[in-house]
Ligand binder design. Sequence first.
Ligand code: ME8
Length: 512
Amino acid sequence: MTDRVYLTTPLYYVNAEPHLGHTYTTVVVDTLARYHRSCGRDVFFMTGTDEHGDKIAAAAHASDTTPRTYADRISAIFRSTWDTCGITYDHFIRTTDDYHVALVQEILERVHAAGDIYFGDYGGNYCVGCERFYAERELVDGKCPDHETETEWIKEENYFFKMSSYQDRLIGHLEKHPDMIRPAGYKNEVLGLLREPLEDLCISRPKSRLAWGIELPFDENYVTYVWFDALINYLSGLYHLKGEQGPDYWAGAQHFIAKDILKPHAVFWPTMLMAAGYPVYHHLNVHGYWNMGESKMSKSLGNVIRPLEMKERFGLDSFRYFLLREMAFGMDSSFTEDAFIARFNADLSNGLGNLASRVLAMQKKYFAGRVQSAEGLTEALDAELEAAFVTAETEMKEHMDNLAIHVALEAVWKALNACDKYIVETAPFKLWKEESQRPRVGAILHVLCDALRHTARLIDPFMPETAERLRNMLSVHPEPLSLAAPAWGGVFVPGHQLADPESLFPRLDVGD
Ligand code: ME8
């Protein structure tokens, strides 16, 4: 892995407000950004909004306003939602930003001058929801496979990008870089698509039909097709912010998307990059879909989950934990409130929360919250617990690098289970009854405080607020993951005063 990492979310359309699906991708990228930073890497994390095209023009029209006013309003909602959710993006890009418009026009000019854009006639089945034409064979019962709505037959003169002439180069690139698209199932899907002849891509819309877009630099009667515009954000935002360092970050570029927008990212985008003379990005990371129980999440079904409501009701970190722990990256998952509450109670309330409160309560009760010396009082079990944390850290890092985020969390929870086992086996509450054993009780609690200190380090990228609360209770400073291995001892000098324990995750009842 290079030291520079560039992580992106899709640019969300401003025709709807942020929901669970947008939040998942954004939380995943935020977690990885925090993880890589903690490992000492230089991260650039970008998110933003996609604001041109039919869909936005139609949504603005429906709410009786101009596309610009409408986009300003919804884009601000996305931004403030991510701010309220503590998302650590480095730049929030809007496709209406000047520097973005300038680069889209520059690339169009270049590709046009190189002869890869031509003018022609086209008729096709168009889905407004997807903003794209579908070939007859891609339709299901004559309808868009994603939106399950009738497509519209549109025939008009337009500009086309010669995507077909890049088909072989793209196949060659995918074969040479077998982990470019992850997980592998999605790479295979793309290779499957590429077994059929690739069509050229219609990249314009006549202004007579749609005026809300970036004007083509070589024909003022047309605007740019929204995908040819939006994908370029990944370069325009980066170069705008990082200037000459742009290529270094670009070499470590990783896009995160759900499977709905696989083709534009895996086919349109790399061929556009090839035509414009840029290297192809490093990774495309594709996750599955969140469904609501058995059904699709949709505004019309009224089953949309809003991140701010979840934050209000259950706290931010438990929502982050659920999203990251429940979905195997790449597979679909289902959200139900019962599943949320079950996981909250099992892993957070009974697991982490209970462990922290037991350790801190014993420390308070037996030693007035002062950590005791462990010197000369350690036993084999202590070393086993330390080893469990070393293993957890190694496994966690390995899984994070492979995007098995839910398994990375599982690895950390194995160490928490080892703490529970350690408490049962060392039985400090029993030892306390024998006066002569009390120094050993002090040593056991010292080891457990060290374990909680490392827990805070390990969970920080996933649950930053909880990590901070834990550190505050332990009265310690943040420690990054770049530290070689857990160093035990040393931090808690005898007499180190802990703060009062607080309940991290009070148990939830159904109906809370
Ligand atoms: O497609 N489950 O924007 P979009 C999981 N503007 N993830 C979901 C989801 C669900 N049910 N619903 C949405 C666009 N997402 C284009 C992208 S990029 C240059 C342009 C997430 O607002 C997921 O990341 O429709 C998905 O790919 C994205 O939102 C689609 O967002």
